[in-house]
Design a protein around this ligand. Structure first.
Ligand code: ZN
Length: 129
């Protein structure tokens, strides 16, 4: 596997631009929070997490994700222990954040095909106290 996980992935950039356009000011990758979440909106204790479908195993949550499926086919490791650890880590971080009062919205890479729908979800999430 030669792919490298990157902080400033394209899906994340798309969501950052979207949230910027809504006028919210957020912090990025706060190191003092579990998992260094992507977009952190402090005033309402909200977090928007952008997940790449392959590395975060979207197919395991949603069997209709074609984004992850196409790559999973060509990579046997997808259903293996390395991916188990990725999934476990994501879930652990989510639980830790919620335990200390953060609300987390997960946006998957494949959802970004419909930016209007993502915008609606993110907007509803952030505007609700
Ligand atoms: Zn997906």
């Amino acid at each position: 596997m030669s792919r490298i996980r990157s902080k400033d992935t394209k899906p994340e950039m798309l969501v950052r631009r979207l949230v910027n356009s809504m006028g919210y000011r957020y912090r990025l990758h706060r190191k003092d929070l579990p998992g260094k979440p992507d977009l952190v909106y402090g005033p309402r204790r909200k977090i928007v997490e952008v997940r790449g479908c392959y590395w975060h195993a979207h197919l395991r949550y949603d069997p209709t994700c074609w984004e992850a499926r196409s790559e999973a086919k060509s990579n046997k490791g997808y259903w293996g222990p390395k991916m188990d650890r990725n999934v476990e880590r994501d879930q652990k971080n989510l639980t830790l954040l919620e335990q200390v009062g953060w609300q987390v919205l997960v946006v998957w890479e494949c959802e970004l095909r419909d930016m209007a729908a993502v915008k609606e979800r993110v907007s509803a999430f952030l505007s609700n106290p």
